[in-house]
Design a protein. Structure first.
Length: 113
């Protein structure tokens, strides 16, 4: 059973940066696109970024230019570098493959002064 473990969240001031990590079990990284999602308070979970097996990336307009997705297949790890954070980026962030498998616990990111 594939498991995703997200980490790196925390409290940061507006304009700050955080780097999230996602470790996946199994060979999921080599076989699938990988993606980051988030669930903001009172909202449904939404996709924000994806990366192909070959490293091609795609971003939602809400994070494009501020967030960077990357992957290290040898380490079964994916990253989300988040810069210029805004209060509206406050959410629980999740990683998953595409298509989605079971969800992990996520990591909380809070952007507040």
């Amino acid at each position: 059973q594939v498991q995703f473990v997200e980490s790196g969240g925390g409290l940061v001031q507006p304009g700050g940066s955080l780097r999230l990590s996602c470790v996946a079990s199994g060979s999921i990284f080599s076989d699938n696109y990988m993606a980051w999602y988030r669930q903001r308070p009172g909202k449904q979970r939404e996709w924000i970024a994806r990366i192909s097996q070959g490293g091609i990336t795609l971003y939602d307009a809400s994070v494009k230019g501020r967030f960077t997705i990357s992957r290290d297949t040898a380490k079964y790890t994916m990253y989300l570098e988040m810069n210029s954070l805004k209060p509206e980026d406050t959410a629980v962030y999740y990683c998953n493959s595409m298509p989605n498998l079971s969800w992990g616990q996520g990591t909380q990111v809070t952007v507040s002064s």
